[in-house]
Design a protein around this ligand. Sequence first.
Ligand code: ZN
Length: 431
Amino acid sequence: MGLAEELQEETAEVLARLIRFRTVNPPGDERACQEWLAGYLEDAGLTCELHAAEPERPNLVARLPGGDGPTLGYLSHVDTVLADPQDWSADPWSAEVRDGFLYGRGAVDMKDQTAAEAVALATLARRNVKLNGEVKLISVVDEETGGTLGAQWLTETLPDAARVDYLLNEGAGAVMPYGDRRLYGVCVAEKGTFRFRVRTTGTAAHASVPGLAENALLKLAPAITALGGAKPGFDLTEATHALLEGLGEDPRDPQGALDSVARIEPRLAPILDAALRVTFAPTIVSAGEKINVIPARAELRVDCRVPPGMGIETARRRLGEVLDGDVDVEFTEEVEGNRSPVASPLMDAIRAWVGEHDPGAEAVPTVLPAFTDCRWFRAAFPDCVAYGFFPQRHQTLYETWPLMHAKDERIDVRDLGFAAGFFHDLPGRLL
Ligand SMILES: [Zn+2]
């Protein structure tokens, strides 16, 4: 029996236990879940500490000691988004296994990774494996609402507890079939968020004679359409450059690359498109309050994402390509994206492991259009190499992505063993 098969059942059991704790955030209430996990890891021989900004919401740091080599961190969060049982075909908190899938809120975001990391380290501890560096399992709270009490608090308040040289977290790893190739994404960077308001003004008047008014809402309409359909110029980074090369495309011709990807794997094209440029998503609109008054003011709110390493100038420049003058723009939120180097010993170790455990498959760097807790670790420890990677060989990215935050969230049980095998093997290879 291979290691994956060996670890699969225990990982499924641990995941089931974690899912049965309702850690919907808000309110989170992660304490019972974290205490159970700490007990499981202590039984195997790890040292555990709970660090809480709020008593019912502790973060767990478990340590597997090693030599003087670098420290490897396995990061995950145990809070989840809510679930409406009416929409589900299984109880979101019973961890039902059906047709080879384990169902439950958190099954892919991201108690699956917590479970695989915990079982891997418990196995190493029970076997008394000697490592050249320490491995920390860091299981945090409060990720789904921004990390204020979780990764942000831990890295800022207790940097010595959180400090690691290498970090693995969520963000990629499910296999992406691409033509006849099998690619595993390694998330090396995350886009930034630059949200803004667009305002238009007109003249209010009685709605019975529209010709006498200047309707602010109608002035806003073209902006909504323009932003919704916008394809601003490309803004490539080190990571997207490497991603296009990994796909076998020419980074000097991003449009040609997108066209080619759309032909080979249409499901990958929208994700790649979002990685290659600034995106605009109009999400909230407000205008009149009375049905019989033509509005004098209208406002649109836009969620804008900018490639890592680029700031508000890039957002403004690309916005200028899309909107013309007759609107007023105000940025309300500016968070720059974050990234780690594409080349590192961690990347080398991942590439080698993938090639051995899914022969012919390759690892490629990817960019997440959203944020994870990696941002707090990259901010607190500038030399830390942090990647998103949870390898799934059976359940593809195209199947996994739509299950995040959605009904019938589930994970192929075979991938629990596959991933646990990876987290088990990595410390011996990397440290
Ligand atoms: Zn998550």
